[in-house]
Design a binder for this molecule. Structure first.
Ligand code: C5P
Length: 397
């Protein structure tokens, strides 16, 4: 899919540099022409010979060819490339790119490149979260560089958190998307995700265990396919990060509805993945309610149904996808919901299936369309489930 595309891969010094070998292999498999630049510190993590063998080209890391006076022309390399991708982008390289420093070959190519630039940060979680690094990333994005956000997971330090370089497959998918215009390219997608918290008093709430992982996977995939995503999410641990994703953080169902309605104007696709609380307390104490030995009776009133409300606003232009998490009578409930909420597709997951549901990394779904056609899928990682859902959506668009 990348036949004839000229891709310049710049590798900086992070432990994730060893994954550059896989990126090169995948790019070559896609028939791209690949050239590789390395910083001196990247060579501690992967050898130039590995990358030159895989790319079938010399690897560039200094201004001169080894032991000779012959110059490596950084300007020519920058002009040669259709895309420059810096992966992994270490904290040091990011910072230098943001400042416009030019003390190595990689930076001179970056500064002289006229092609689109992608960068995939990789570092320890605290380094990534540091205000200085975040500022550098924001600065680079504001100057038109494309961020490929880091993943959450186990890090080389042994800590667990956000900072892993995006998977080589995802990086290559981003580049494939760059060169193609698919169904979702430039489309506007609204996604609701995560739980809602319904306040009882100043410090307590009624909520649920939704992790928002499914919504996260969907938002990332849409963005990688060129869509502009508005991600309206209740409180969760991790929010997706991508230059095509606008995250709007909300707390309650009322707030989520208000944001969704205001964003709906020019939406092409809406996916309702949020686990919205069906009820909220009729009365919210504005101060922390103190115990006084007596029991409390809570009166709960129904929350608005966001999917149903937006279903009323839907025209022929939009495709709506809903979710249903059921414990029994799954099929009948799903079919009733698809009509009542005006969905085009409904994704059913049953709590009777092992590995499906809240907090899990996997999910087992069956999708129904409005004509009651059924599409069953195996138990899969939520990233792959997102791919199945997007494929089906594309066929209904
Ligand atoms: O009725 P139920 O909660 O099972 O419906 C699930 C579907 O409706 C999901 O797509 C969910 O995001 C959406 N929903 C909503 N607002 C609610 C309740 C559910 O958008 N108040």
């Amino acid at each position: 899919m990348l036949a004839g595309k000229k891709i310049l891969l710049a590798v900086s010094g992070s432990i994730a540099a060893y994954k550059a070998a896989l990126i090169v292999r995948l790019l070559i498999k896609e028939q791209a022409e690949v050239r590789v630049i390395m910083t001196e510190s990247a060579k501690s993590f992967v050898t130039p010979i590995t990358l030159s063998t895989l790319s079938n080209q010399p690897v560039y890391s200094s201004f001169y060819k080894n032991n000779s006076e012959e110059w490596h022309n950084h300007v020519a390399l920058g002009l040669w490339a259709d895309v420059l991708i810096i992966a992994p982008a270490s904290a040091n390289t990011l910072s230098k790119m943001a400042q416009g420093l030019c003390d190595n070959f990689l930076l001179s190519v970056y500064l002289s490149a006229r092609c689109p630039v992608y960068f995939a940060p990789a570092m320890d979680l605290d380094m990534l979260a540091h205000a200085a690094t975040q500022k550098n990333i924001d600065l680079l994005v504001s100057r038109g560089n494309h961020l490929i956000g880091s993943d959450v997971g186990e890090l080389a330090s042994g800590l667990n958190g956000k900072g892993r370089m995006a998977a080589p497959e995802s990086i290559v998918n981003v580049l494939i998307t760059h060169f193609k215009t698919g169904v979702f390219h430039n489309k506007k997608v609204l996604i609701t995700s995560g739980p809602t918290y319904e306040a009882l008093d100043a410090v307590r709430f009624i909520g649920n265990h939704s992790s928002g992982k499914m919504g996260y996977a969907l938002a990332t995939l849409f963005a990688e396919q060129g869509a502009q995503v508005v991600f309206v999410s209740g409180p969760v641990k991790n929010y997706p990060e991508h230059e095509h994703i606008e995250v709007v953080k909300v707390t309650s169902a009322d707030e989520m509805l208000m944001v969704c309605k205001s964003q709906y104007v020019d939406i092409d696709f809406a996916v309702f993945a949020a686990a919205v609380a069906d009820y909220k307390p009729s009365k919210v104490f504005d101060k922390k309610h103190k115990k006084n030995g007596a029991s409390i009776n809570l009166t709960l009133i129904e929350n608005p149904d966001i999917a149903q409300e937006l279903g009323k606003m839907k025209t022929k232009k939009q495709i709506h996808v809903g979710f249903a998490l059921e414990t029994h009578n799954e099929e009948a409930f799903a079919k009733e919901k698809i009509k009542r909420k005006n969905f085009d597709l409904i994704v059913l997951n049953s709590l009777q299936d092992q590995g499906a549901g809240f907090g899990q990394n996997t999910n087992k779904i069956t999708v129904y369309d409005r004509f009651e056609k059924q599409f069953p899928f195996e138990l899969k990682h939520k990233k792959e489930v997102a791919q199945d859902i997007l494929k089906l959506m594309a066929s209904y668009a």
